[in-house]
Write a protein that binds this ligand. Structure first.
Ligand code: SF4
Ligand code: SF4
Length: 312
């Protein structure tokens, strides 16, 4: 890094700037092959637990080796962004959305903040190059966050931070500069707890910390392009987009604090919507309310399909 600041200094100032920009935590890992994950991901795909998410099987080598994904990669910067909220939908009978879907699409919000951080890094070192990823198929974000010392991967497959719980978005900047890498690995603090496994209404969490996406309500309500499997009839617990059940019951989320991101605040009418409001939601109103929302990933037709399914 020549005439510029030392690696520890640059690393410290990047972390400080990340926190100033609103990130909950930030850590650094060396960009190298994720050996353990190569085996684990290979098995998971072989057993078909990725269901219809064919993209999970694509670019296998790039997914487990960031140097194949980004030319000159030396560092993976992992960033966490809190989205936990105490606010809830007011009608207990209304179809339920995952908390992360209340406000503006987190990909847009996170990317804005991450590009600000990247610009800051470039101001520290003019030779900095890299790429920004938010919940992007080619990156194993939870593994990188774990390596960066930001938490452990719980039995429910979420990344859990001791300080902030698991209602966290994860993003990465893959960078060509060397930084001060984390050497601390957070222990697994799940212990003998099985609350998430016991609470999952569809039995999607298997004993060996594997998630069967086919059975998971999040997959079925967001990613599944076809019809929802009849095996899940009566098991969606009124969820129409995502599912927070295995995180809501996790004791580590008692520590979660209200997010401070105005963009994640819900549309003024969203939390008051009743079942009848959802049933009467036409395409025009849907677009008006959810134009920049994560619900666009499912789309109007899929939301309507899931509404029909939970009412059958
Ligand atoms: S998100 Fe819901 S369905 Fe999926 S594993 Fe967690 S509790 Fe089960
Ligand atoms: S509910 Fe218990 S077992 Fe599940 S992730 Fe949280 S601590 Fe781990």
């Amino acid at each position: 890094m020549g005439n510029q600041k030392s690696i520890p200094e640059i690393s410290r100032t990047i972390r400080e700037e990340a926190v100033r920009l609103g990130f909950t935590d930030c850590g650094f890992s060396r960009a190298e092959v994720l050996k353990e994950d190569t085996e684990r991901l290979g098995k998971w795909l072989k057993q078909g637990y990725h269901a219809g998410m064919g993209y999970m099987a694509n670019h296998f080598e790039k997914r487990t080796d960031p140097t194949r994904l980004v030319e000159g990669a030396r560092t993976v910067i992992s960033l966490l962004y809190n989205y936990y909220t105490e606010r809830k939908q007011t009608d207990p009978e209304a179809p339920v959305l995952s908390k992360y879907a209340y406000g503006r699409d987190y990909h847009l919000v996170m990317k804005e903040r991450m590009y600000e951080l990247f610009d800051y890094i470039k101001s520290l070192h003019s030779g900095a190059t890299g790429r920004v990823f938010v919940d992007s198929a080619p990156v194993l974000e939870r593994s990188w966050a774990q390596r960066a010392g930001l938490g452990w991967i719980g039995k429910n497959s979420s990344l859990i931070s001791r300080c902030a719980g698991s209602f966290l978005f994860i993003g990465e900047i893959i960078l060509n500069l060397e930084l001060d890498y984390n050497t601390f690995r957070e222990e697994d603090h799940c212990g003998t707890c099985t609350r998430c496994i016991d609470a999952c209404p569809t039995g999607a969490i298997l004993d060996n910390r594997t998630l069967d996406a086919k059975k998971c309500i999040s997959y079925q309500t967001i990613e599944n392009k076809g019809e929802i499997s009849s095996d899940l009839e009566g098991k969606l617990n009124n969820r129409i987009f995502g599912c927070d059940i295995c995180q809501d019951v996790c004791p580590w989320n008692k520590k979660a604090l209200q997010h401070r991101e105005p963009a994640f605040d819900p549309h003024p009418e969203l939390l008051e919507m009743t079942t009848s409001d959802w049933n009467n939601l036409d395409h025009g109103r849907y677009q008006h309310m959810f134009r920049d929302s994560p619900l666009q990933r499912a789309g109007y037709d899929k939301i309507k399909r899931t509404l029909r399914f939970i009412q059958e």
